[in-house]
Design a protein around this ligand. Structure first.
Ligand SMILES: C[S@@+](CC[C@H](N)C(=O)[O-])C[C@H]1O[C@@H](n2cnc3c(N)ncnc32)[C@H](O)[C@@H]1O
Length: 508
């Protein structure tokens, strides 16, 4: 026993260094390489069993492994409402492997599975006992004794002539070493949901706290700032987004009061005051989906443009854009962002109510785009209406909007209109409501895209369709056979609509 033990006397000498210490596990009997070879060659299960009976491994570490609270902050932080970072300090015992410094790089890749991963904790530290030695921190949930190494790991240790004995190290954990979830779980009442998710808008973490989290709101805000690089302000939404301009009423929980921010979406830059305009980072995929649909030379009308997340990428594709928003702040930042992204020559910006925009600038432009000269034109016209709570109502503005003879069916504008739905069949619900406003069935001539799930059983959808000529034009197509647009052909089943169309046709 003593002969075996002598070569490993070094770890016994490791003493406490300030708050950290490394100690040899008294109960761990180191194995010399011959016995390791034996270990590799024997049937693993039988050998491990006999080995365990002969030598107990590291009792404390085994206890730690069972103790899922090893990496939880001290229990007396429970109920803390004002963040005291010093109260999170505690010492834990970590398994370590003592190695020569020159083998560290070669070893780390092979020991990836077994090493400790904690925020702010180095996986390799200097051996306080030996300036040429290093300690590799091991994962206390996986590594208890020699048995915990996999055979490939043991084999590389052997190749590099590293003693596989596991020692213990007293590691001081501080606030910096805990993850935000661990901190909030330790602070908030036991068993309560600590979801610490947020939307990131530039330097701002935008939270949506529940009632039970409100007493801890300033602490939660500060933890979000501390734990998320680049976040310097945490705000909480204090109303539902039901005001006209769709901006949030928000309370700054911690950090900077300044809500002037910069974001990058789909490779374009946007600047705005987040307290005054609408911005939702969850819409970036939708913004690029619509952008993809347009080709260079096409025309986009964005009725509810916000600060420009559809406008800028579409204008960058060499399309002509007419962008509108009723909020003077959105209008201001929309102009700014067009300049910022160097598309101000491609975009005409308006500050009107959506209906006035459709019946004014949109109507005027459509009359030109779709007018008699349109025979030579091939460009598509798209109209985006992203105001999901209300946009469907604005569809009525298209009714009999244009004078003159209807354009060729392929030139009819394509509308992308957003809506929320809580219906069991949301796509059908949106089709039905949009159709009801226009007075047509959109059943067979529209597609509905699910944008995102907004809340349990509340979806955001986008219905896309070409506005039927019979809706858009005061003057109706005379010859149904030659002049009918494709959507109408598909709409013949809609009896009421067909009758209305025939009536109008016979009047003209
Ligand atoms: C949901 S946001 C969409 C903004 C942007 N298109 C986007 O995708 O992020 C709706 C925008 O419509 C604007 N808005 C609300 N009511 C309006 C109205 N009646 N006419 C025009 N714009 C309106 C709001 O100011 C807001 O910027």
């Amino acid at each position: 026993f003593r002969i075996l033990r002598r070569p490993f006397e070094f770890s016994r000498r490791l003493l406490k260094v300030e708050s950290c210490s490394i100690t040899e596990s008294k109960s761990l009997i180191p194995l010399a390489w011959p016995s390791l070879t034996q270990k590799l060659n024997r049937t693993r299960g039988i050998y491990l069993l006999s080995q365990r009976r002969k030598f107990s491994t590291m009792p404390e570490l085994e206890t730690n492994q069972r103790n899922s609270e090893l990496f939880t902050p001290p229990s007396d932080v429970r109920g803390m409402t004002k963040l005291d970072r010093t109260a999170f300090t505690k010492t834990v015992t970590i398994p370590v492997l003592k190695v020569r410094k020159e083998v560290v790089n070669k070893l780390m890749q092979s020991l990836k599975r077994a090493t400790l991963r904690r925020p702010g904790i180095k996986r390799v530290i200097e051996d306080p006992e030996d300036e040429d030695g290093r300690l590799i921190m091991l994962d206390p949930y996986k590594m208890f004794s020699l048995d915990s190494f996999e055979e490939t790991e043991l084999s590389i240790l052997k190749q590099l002539n590293v003693n596989p004995q596991i020692s213990k190290y007293n590691l001081e954990l501080t606030y910096e070493n805990f993850k935000s979830e661990e901190i909030l779980k330790a602070v908030l009442p036991e068993g309560e949901d600590v979801t610490s998710g947020f939307s990131r808008v530039g330097h701002i973490a935008h939270l949506n706290l529940r009632d039970h989290q409100l007493p801890f709101k300033h602490l939660i805000g500060q933890v979000m700032i501390d734990k998320n690089p680049g976040i310097t302000s945490a705000v909480n939404k204090i109303n539902n987004i039901d005001n006209t301009y769709r901006n949030f009423q928000m309370e700054v929980l911690s950090g900077e009061e300044n809500m002037m921010t910069k974001v990058r979406e789909n490779n374009y830059n946007y600047e705005f005051d987040f307290s005054k305009v609408y911005w939702n980072p969850r819409l970036s995929t939708e913004h690029s989906r619509i952008t993809e649909l347009l080709k260079p030379g096409d025309v986009l009308f964005d009725v509810f443009a916000g600060v420009g997340p559809f406008v800028i990428p579409v204008a960058k594709k060499n399309c002509t854009v007419f962008a509108n928003d009723l909020n003077p702040e959105s209008h201001k930042w929309l102009l700014h962002n067009c300049k910022l992204n160097k598309v101000d020559q491609k975009v005409k910006v308006f500050n009107l109510d959506g209906k006035d925009f459709l019946q004014g600038p949109v109507r005027e432009e459509l009359m030109q785009q779709l007018g008699p000269l349109s025979k030579e034109r091939k460009r598509s016209v798209h109209i985006v209406m992203n105001l999901p709570a209300k946009a469907v109502e604005f569809l009525s503005a298209f009714k009999l909007l244009l004078d003159g003879p209807p354009c060729r069916s392929e030139l009819l504008p394509t509308v992308h209109c957003y809506s929320f739905s809580k219906d069991a069949n949301p796509a059908e619900d949106v089709r039905q409501r949009a159709g009801a406003v226009l007075g047509v069935s959109l059943e067979a001539c529209s597609s509905v895209h699910l944008v995102r799930n907004v809340a349990p059983s509340k979806e955001m959808l986008c219905i896309t369709f070409q506005i039927p000529a019979s809706i858009l034009y005061k003057k109706q197509p005379i010859n149904l056979e030659n002049h009918e647009d494709p959507p109408l052909k598909r709409q013949r089943t809609d009896k009421a609509f067909s009758e209305e169309k025939i009536q109008i046709a016979s009047k003209t």
